[in-house]
Write a protein that binds this ligand. Structure first.
Ligand code: TRP
Length: 366
């Protein structure tokens, strides 16, 4: 019998806030497509609460409250619990055993070189006193990925160093202890607009603390207000002025969200986005018109999601049921991997008959 290698997805988010439209184009939309493609044997979506605590140790309430928010966002965006397991990281103890063993294979210098960690240390002013758990979270993320035998990890480009580090750990483990762990591949978003959606103020990162995010759960009026006050090209003062589309977040959002049908429906003056951009660049197209179009596009894209969310919000026990089932399935998979890891490392003493027999012989047991 030829053994077909099973295809497994693992991905996740830190529950530190509701998910915004950047998460949607950057990962959530893709996850739903991958889920519905039927090409994957197993899909695990992790709510990485333990990782969130590595830099929110003094703020457990935030993490705790956001588990259900993130789960609501997942389900309303189209994650189907019949096809994808949604799990809570901290409820899988096997992950921490794996982390402990993997940490013997990673040097401090290697962690210090990890660009994502470097960057985050700077952003959080951790330079002088880095929490150990935060410093080593790339190892813990390698456990997340390998515990589920993930072959494919769909994440944003900021996670590339994490995947690189995971692959190194896998190769090191397999070379020391024998072929055991599955080496994962990263799957990046398709287009550059989806790589990272800027904030509504044009800043590179959309985030809660900057107040420049549009959330999946935002009501229509909030979305409209945020869109109408978006940053555009600061030199485009009059409608007749030529405008820039590069670095203009309104157009970046249109790159990410608009489809040809939206033009027929909401803005028939243009056949597609290229025509609209050309007019903007030539001059004669005002920001208000473009923003109104973007608002229509966003409203029509997110209305079904918002409606589903409102339905799901009425049954919180159901959300917990989904999380519990997903977590149980995940725990089984992680337990299987841990068992293989311990066997490979020869620390599965009670099942190691060869060891017991050898010692019986050595001591002359009958
Ligand atoms: N580090 C990821 C983030 O900040 C979240 C995460 C934790 C993750 N464990 C993971 C992503 C495993 C992919 C795979 O968004």
């Amino acid at each position: 019998m030829s053994e077909k290698k099973s295809k497994v997805i693992l991905t996740g988010d830190r529950p530190t806030g509701r998910l915004h439209v950047g998460h949607y184009v950057g990962s959530l939309r893709r996850r739903v497509e991958l889920q519905d493609s039927g090409e994957y044997d197993k899909i695990f979506i992790m709510i990485a609460d333990a990782q969130a605590l590595t830099d929110n140790a003094e703020n457990p309430e935030k993490v705790r409250q956001n588990i259900v928010e993130v789960a609501l966002d997942y389900l309303s965006a189209g994650i189907d619990p019949a096809k994808s397991h949604i799990l809570i990281q901290s409820q899988i103890p096997q992950l921490y055993e794996l982390t402990d063993y993997y940490s013997n294979l990673v040097t401090v210098a290697r962690l210090q070189r990890n660009p994502t960690v470097k960057n985050e240390i700077q952003m959080r002013n951790f330079e002088a006193s880095i929490p150990v758990g935060f410093f080593t979270y790339p190892i813990s993320q390698a456990s997340d990925i390998t515990a589920f035998k993930a072959t494919t990890v769909p994440v944003g480009e900021d996670q590339e160093p994490m995947l690189e580090q995971t692959r190194e750990i896998v190769r090191k483990f397999n070379s020391v202890y024998g072929e055991t762990l599955v080496e994962p591949e990263i799957m990046l978003p398709e287009s550059s607009a989806c790589l990272r959606l800027p904030g509504t103020d044009g800043k590179a990162k959309m985030s809660k603390s900057l107040g420049n995010a549009i959330y999946l759960a935002d009501e229509p009026e909030d979305v409209r207000k945020k869109v109408m006050s978006m940053f555009t090209d600061p030199d485009h003062l009059q409608v007749s002025d030529p405008g820039k589309v590069e670095g203009n977040p309104v157009f970046t959002y249109l790159d990410a969200f608009s489809r040809k049908e939206h033009f027929a429906q909401f803005c028939p003056d243009y056949a597609d986005l290229d025509e609209m951009k050309d007019h903007y660049k030539r001059g004669g197209l005002g920001d208000v018109k473009v923003k109104k179009f973007l608002n229509d596009v966003l409203q029509s894209s997110f209305e079904p999601i918002r409606k589903r969310r409102h339905e799901l919000e009425k049954d919180i026990p159901y959300i917990y049921e989904v999380l519990k089932k997903g977590t149980e399935a995940a725990r089984e998979e992680a337990a299987d991997t841990l068992m293989r890891v311990k066997k490979a490392m020869k620390i599965d003493y009670f099942n190691d008959n060869a060891l017991i027999e050898e010692q019986m012989q050595r001591y002359g047991n009958k």
